[in-house]
Each structure stands twice: as C-alpha cells, then as structure tokens.
Design a protein around this ligand. Structure first.
Ligand SMILES: Cc1cc2nc3c(=O)[nH]c(=O)nc-3n(C[C@H](O)[C@H](O)[C@H](O)COP(=O)(O)O)c2cc1C
Length: 174
C-alpha cells in the first residue's frame, strides 16, 4: 500500500519531516511511504486562483494524494494552532475531490501541541469522511536532530510501534 506522509513543517531540520522519513524507511518493503515536505512551494490560496489551471505545486500535491491509499499528516503547533502552510494546502484541496474519501491518520513529533492537534482533527474530519482520529502515533522528538531521530525510531520498540501503526492504518485504508 502507498501512503503519502505530509509534513506540516517547512523547516530544513524539521522533527516532523525527519520522523516521517524514518517511518518511510521502516515501512519498506510492506508499504511505500512518500514524504511530502514542500508545502512552502504552494502559493497562498484564493478562490479566484481556482478558476484557471492549478499552480504546478498544488497540482503535484493533488496528484500525489490521488495516487495514495491514505494520508499521514504530522505537524508542529504554531501559536497554538495549525501552521499556515498546512492550512493553506488544505484550503487549496477542500473544494476538490482528492481529499473527500481519503483515509487520513495523524502522527505527532512532540509532547506538546494539543491545541493544534484538536484543531487539525476538526479540520480533517471536515474535509475527509475517512479521517481516523483513533489511528494516532506520537513520539517526543522535539529539539532532536534528524540523525538522532532516525537512530531513536530505529530502536526495536519504536520500530514495532511504527509497524503496528502502519498495519492498523492499512486495515482502515483497505
Ligand atoms: C513561530 C512558532 C510558534 C510556535 N508556537 C508553539 C505553540 O504555540 N505551542 C507549542 O507547543 N509549540 C510551539 N512552537 C514550537 C514547535 O511547535 C515545535 O518546536 C515543533 O516541534 C517544531 O516542529 P518541526 O521540528 O517539525 O519544525 C512554535 C514554534 C514556532 C517556530
């Protein structure tokens, strides 16, 4: 099964992106996890901009979503909310068909961020009728470097948690 893993962070050394990259490595060969960390390339959404042809970065993201069996979203909290780049991407996609029936699960790379998680759960349950809030995996990776995150998640208990998360999500997507 192929999953698209969207990072809500535009940081080069993002803990969320590094966690999703580790998930991608652990998923193989049973599943393919494609990490998308290019939300900063999307222009600011306006309903006017939907009328012509889609901007290329938005079209690429829409196609990646369409080609996936499910989405995994992992995001930092900014000012007790969802970062603008992630919300902007959802605004671009909300009137389109790719998200509506798409299974979506959340991961999280911090021990904080409950306000963002609550808001993101509300948003995702609005845009998809197959958001699965119960399929959730959280690690406390705040302030770790990408290579430290890779080492941490490759430890057997963490690999097992990630494999179980992917198995459960795959069952929901099937
Ligand atoms: C502009 C800004 C605002 C933030 N606001 C919050 C916040 O309201 N609550 C919180 O717990 N962390 C907040 N943080 C911390 C980030 O959520 C946290 O460092 C996160 O793990 C970063 O994820 P990343 O490494 O994937 O970029 C903020 C960070 C930035 C840069």
């Amino acid at each position: 099964m192929r999953f698209l893993a969207i990072s809500g962070s535009a940081r080069g050394v993002s803990t969320n992106t590094a966690m999703l990259s580790a998930v991608s490595a652990i998923a193989r060969p049973d599943h393919e996890v494609i990490v998308f960390s290019r939300l900063s390339e999307l222009p600011v959404f306006s309903p006017d901009a939907e009328k012509g042809s889609l901007p290329q970065p938005v079209r690429i993201l829409a196609e990646l979503i369409a080609d996936s069996s499910g989405l995994i979203v992992s995001s930092p909290e900014y000012v007790r909310s969802v970062p603008g780049g992630l919300k902007n991407a959802i605004d671009w996609l909300v009137s389109r068909e790719e998200l509506i029936g798409k299974p979506i699960a959340l991961m999280h790379a911090s021990h904080r961020g409950e306000d963002m998680l609550a808001q993101l759960r509300l948003i995702l349950s609005t845009v998809s009728d197959r958001f699965t809030p119960e399929v959730f995996l959280n690690f406390n990776l705040m302030k770790l470097a990408p290579e430290e995150i890779s080492q941490e998640l490759m430890k057997v208990p963490n690999r097992e948690k990630i494999s179980a998360f992917l198995r459960t999500f795959a069952n929901h997507c099937a």
